[in-house]
Design a protein around this ligand. Structure first.
Ligand code: NAD
Length: 323
């Protein structure tokens, strides 16, 4: 068994987190992750309304009696969602773990803490991690440049970001961005983290609620096939490279503004990719870890494989180096 202080604090068996993923973090996947002994997060903004989130939490509880959390993402959106109402549903539903992500959680943390909720804040800089710690976050998910979605604007890969975070932050740290297997888990622990976050890897699992074509596309893709979009807008986003992402890059590189790409990037269009399996319909998030994905296992098999491989690496290959 691999156990870290993150496991103790969040009441989970394995130091593996399935962080928020727009259109993917639904009850089926989250319950499967929880049943595998890892920590799954329902993505709040994937649900169209706070009421729908309440139902999704109840649906997840029907599929697992293990702990799971909810991700609340605070980032630019085409239509600003009622974040306070989503938060109130999370608190009212008796959820005990929340992952905040994006901008500072300052407006939400006091309410979440007052309800006895453990907060894992995901961010991409040491400055923001220290800020979240000072606000009372229970753990930090530090997201390196390899990640899917929003890597921030500083482009620091995990190999540098994680040990610096470990040097400066006293609460538990989850290493995020580029993790997909047992080797990554061992590396994260060696760098000073207390566990790993995986998004892209969990997309290509049996229980992931997305079209089989997208899962197979992740298996076939290499680490070279992502695009960084929105760099010019200070909202850099890593997506799987396709005809839409290439067009967005070209428009913004040519001096275009958000209004010029809005119809191409709108999330409801990206959602169709996962629903109908046409990977060129819109933008969809994927990290560099797609180059490490070679199969579509059940979540339980994946978590078990990662933990078992990590244990073997630590007690076998690495122990063998010490003489
Ligand atoms: P959306 O349809 O509102 O926007 C589509 C994309 O455009 C998003 O990436 C959004 O950040 C960006 N965007 C919107 N308005 C912008 C502006 N004025 N300037 C610059 N960029 C702008 O978003 P959605 O797909 O419905 O997603 C809802 C929320 O979840 C967004 O905040 C999105 O960023 C976030 N999200 C996070 C991840 C992740 O990896 N954590 C992945 C997907 C989406």
């Amino acid at each position: 068994m691999l156990r870290t202080r993150f496991c103790e604090l969040f009441g989970i068996e394995h130091p593996i987190v399935q962080g928020g993923m727009q259109w993917v973090g639904k009850a089926e996947l989250v319950a499967a992750v929880a049943n595998a002994g890892a920590l799954g997060m329902i993505t709040a903004l994937t649900q169209p309304t706070p009421e729908a989130l309440e139902k999704e939490i109840a649906r997840c509880r029907e599929m697992t009696d293990k702990p799971f959390g909810v991700n609340l993402t605070i980032l630019p959106t085409v239509k600003p969602p009622p974040l306070v109402e989503y938060r109130e549903v999370i608190v009212g539903s008796g959820i005990k773990i929340v992952e905040t992500a994006g901008f500072t959680p300052v407006d939400h943390l006091p309410h979440l803490k007052a309800a006895g909720i453990k907060v894992l804040h995901k961010c991409t800089t040491i400055k923001h991690a220290l800020h979240a710690q000072s606000l009372g976050a229970d753990a930090i998910s530090i997201d390196g440049f390899e990640c899917a979605g929003h890597p921030g604007e500083e482009d620091i890969p995990g190999l540098i970001l994680i040990p610096i975070a470990a040097d400066q932050i006293s609460i538990p740290i989850i290493a995020s961005g580029g993790f997909a297997d047992g080797r990554g888990l061992v590396a994260a622990l060696a760098l000073g983290a207390d566990g790993i976050n995986m998004g892209t890897r969990f997309m290509a699992t049996v229980e992931s609620p997305i079209h089989e074509n997208v899962k197979q596309h992740l298996v076939d893709a290499t680490e070279l096939e992502t695009d960084l979009i929105f760099r010019q807008l200070g909202n850099t986003t890593r997506v799987h490279r396709n005809v839409v992402s290439s067009e967005v890059v070209s428009i913004l590189n040519g001096g275009g503004e958000f209004a010029d790409v809005r119809e191409l990037v709108v999330g409801t269009r990206g959602r169709r990719v996962y629903e109908v399996g046409d990977t060129d319909l819109g933008i969809w998030s994927a990290g560099l870890a797609q180059g490490l994905i070679h199969d579509i296992p059940a979540v339980g098999e994946l978590v078990n494989r990662i933990v078992t491989d990590a244990e073997k690496i630590i007690s076998g290959r690495l122990a063998g180096f010490v003489c």
